[in-house]
Design a binder for this molecule. Structure first.
Ligand SMILES: [Zn+2]
Length: 286
């Protein structure tokens, strides 16, 4: 009996050490401070304070930005929206008092009934592997639906994770059922809160993406549109493109966008556009 008792102790000790190791590995490799807890969802007072104050301080932390130029460019992919909307408001842009909704669930497929936040994440994961295949570093703003990140936070996250560009995935909705095609929304150049150089590089990026997207999918090319009222575009400090991958209000496009094959075409088209953008930068620096 005594031997068994000692063995039991030995066994429990090994389990304890095992979990200790797992715990340390997890805390050492966790990159995204704002993902770590869903407690943010319910703690209204402290989470507001975080959104307004702490994030700005984080984004100026030099340790989070990459200064090693030999590394492959890093792309932050945002799967637009999330399962639970938050219709409280946040500042639409730095230094601006106008407020916008923090985050919504987005459009819904007129035929499939699938929500936009679901489609966006499905394509985001395909884009992630397409970009990794091309040798890029990739980070995601979210990898699940049950999460709380506002559009402002998604924009700010680009700097926090040391991303070179931010790509936000969305799908359109319209009261005109026949409306279809791909478009890219890009930061406007004529407003005080958007840096002109960033508007310019974003335009180059957005143009490459929409052109390659139309080529790979055969969808109608609706072009690049310049916006100053989207908080993710306004709060990002890196070149940013918000991609509208198709219309969920159009039966044909809604159904197509729910197929693996079409999602793969969307991912490949965007990856190619992003690749052309980085090649064009490399060329102009030579
Ligand atoms: Zn959307």
């Amino acid at each position: 009996m005594k031997t068994n008792f000692n063995k039991l102790h030995e066994y429990l000790f090994f389990i304890f050490v095992f979990f200790l190791i797992i715990f340390f590995i997890r805390s050492a490799t966790y990159n995204f401070p704002h993902f770590s807890s869903s407690a943010e969802d319910d703690s209204s007072a402290s989470s507001t304070a975080n959104q307004e104050g702490e994030l700005r301080e984080d984004s100026s932390n030099p340790s989070s930005s990459s200064d090693d130029t030999s590394e492959a460019p890093k792309i932050l992919i945002d799967a637009g929206h999330q399962k639970e909307p938050d219709y409280s408001r946040e500042n639409a842009a730095p230094g601006l008092n106008s407020k916008v909704y923090k985050v919504s669930t987005g459009a819904q497929g007129v035929s499939t009934g699938v929500w936009e936040y679901e489609l966006n994440l499905a394509v985001a994961l395909k884009l992630e592997s397409a970009l990794k295949d091309l040798g890029y570093q990739v980070a995601l703003t979210r990898d699940r639906h049950d999460i709380h990140i506002t559009n402002k936070e998604r924009g700010e996250m680009a700097k926090e994770v040391g991303a070179d560009i931010l790509i936000s995935l969305h799908a359109d909705g319209s009261s005109i059922a026949s409306a279809q095609g791909v478009s890219v929304l890009s930061p406007a150049a004529n407003v005080s809160f958007i840096d002109e150089a960033r508007a310019d590089t974003s335009k180059t990026l957005s143009t490459f993406i929409v052109d390659e997207l139309a080529k790979s999918t055969g969808a109608r090319n609706r072009g690049v549109h310049f916006r100053n009222n989207l908080s993710i575009l306004n709060w990002s400090e890196v070149p940013t493109s918000l991609v509208e991958m198709g219309f969920m209000s159009n039966v044909e496009e809604d159904e197509k966008m729910q197929t693996e094959a079409y999602q793969e075409k969307l991912a490949q088209g965007m990856a190619k556009g992003i690749h052309k953008y980085f090649n064009s930068i490399a060329d102009s620096e030579e």
